[in-house]
Design a protein around this ligand. Structure first.
Ligand code: AFP
Length: 346
């Protein structure tokens, strides 16, 4: 059962209050990580605002990408990237950032102070869905700086996911929700647009141990190897006494992940003959969601390894991803460990 907080008119728990209270459990905390989370919450509100009016901006915008104010319109994912960079670069808490939208590390500009954390993010995941009004999301991951200089370096970014100190996502759906973990459970906050605050709505989220949903893009089936085909047939209840999972695939990772986190199940983006390392990014998508799902009692793997144990070698590294209820992810591991099969030629 989903644990949902009911607020009264006079008593609410804002994300700020929640973070402060969580920080009190750590007498050694300097408040810097809390600051990173507040700044991200502000960026999320700004992006939510842009996403909400995306259709309107298109209608009101003049031709050639200019809107009615004469400003050049930007693609929303580029805009979301800029919003996050500008919300985060001056607080003195980060030493560098990396975004799915940018090829290299984003340094903290002078004269701003550098801090001890690195932020990695996907500013607007699933952005090809915006035109058809499907939920999209922002995903973020925070790691501690491990190099000595002022600025963050590639080495700081390429840390295995188990070293994350915080991770979260924002879903811009029928309501806007921010879900995060700092390693003390997973907590969800819903944006109350009337007061512009994220309010605690889903404390201590736990993913059901076995699944309800299967989220996978079946159109790649002919490109999967036989073991992947086999486990997907099992999930669909074919040639097995097992009850079939309900197939639900939005094609927007945050939306698919969020539904399965609350309802149980598995999201899979396997490697296939054309994308032999899958499609999703280890640092911006798989790692933060893996930290969250483990904190909620679930699991995440690339089919062989626990996602959080993979040591990244590149900033934009891709990975196969199986993530969700622990028993479903375990079944994938067992099935894929069967003798190797050759991929079907593309
Ligand atoms: P877009 O940002 O191009 O829409 O991609 C979304 C995404 O990265 C992730 O959110 C989805 O789960 C996945 O790709 C969908 O990919 P397929 O269209 O290949 O199923």
């Amino acid at each position: 059962m989903i644990n949902v907080v009911k607020h009264t008119a006079t008593s609410v728990v804002t994300i700020e209050r929640f973070i402060i209270e969580e920080e009190r459990n750590h007498p050694e905390a300097t408040g810097e990580l809390s600051g990173v989370l507040y700044d991200l919450a502000l960026a999320a509100k700004m992006i939510a605002n842009k996403v909400r009016s995306a259709g309107l901006a298109d209608i009101l915008g003049a031709t050639e990408n200019e809107n009615v104010q004469g400003e050049t319109q930007q693609k929303l994912d580029i805009l979301a990237n800029e919003i996050i960079v500008k919300a985060m670069d001056h607080g003195g808490r980060l030493c560098a950032m990396a975004s799915e939208e940018e090829p290299g590390i984003i340094q903290i500009p002078e004269p701003f102070k550098c801090g001890k954390y690195c932020l990695l993010f996907d500013p607007l995941d699933g952005s090809s869905n915006i035109d058809v009004n499907v939920p999209v999301g922002t995903i973020f991951s925070v790691v501690r700086k491990i190099t000595r200089g002022r600025q963050g370096e590639l080495e700081d970014m390429l840390q295995p996911g188990r070293r994350q100190v915080a991770a979260g996502y924002v879903i811009y759906g029928s309501s806007t929700m921010l879900v995060y973990t700092t390693g003390q459970g997973v907590h969800g906050f819903t944006l109350d647009p009337s007061i512009g605050e994220f309010l605690l709505s889903h404390p201590n989220i736990r993913i059901p141990d076995s699944g309800r949903y299967l989220s996978v893009n079946d159109s790649y089936e002919q490109l999967w190897d036989d073991n992947v085909k086999r486990v997907m047939r099992t999930f669909r209840g074919i040639d097995t006494p097992r009850k079939a999972l309900n197939t639900r695939y939005v094609g927007s990772l945050v939306a698919d992940f969020h539904r399965n986190l609350l309802g149980g199940g598995i999201f899979a983006y396997p490697a296939n003959a054309k994308s032999t390392r899958g499609k999703l990014r280890l640092l911006y998508e798989a790692n933060p969601l893996a930290f969250i799902v483990e904190q909620a009692g679930g699991a995440a793997s690339d089919g062989v390894n626990r996602i959080l144990d993979v040591t990244p070698t590149e900033l934009h590294q891709r990975t196969p991803l199986y993530i969700g209820s622990a028993s479903e992810v375990e079944l994938v591991g067992k099935t894929l460990a069967a003798p190797a099969q050759t991929l079907v030629p593309a």
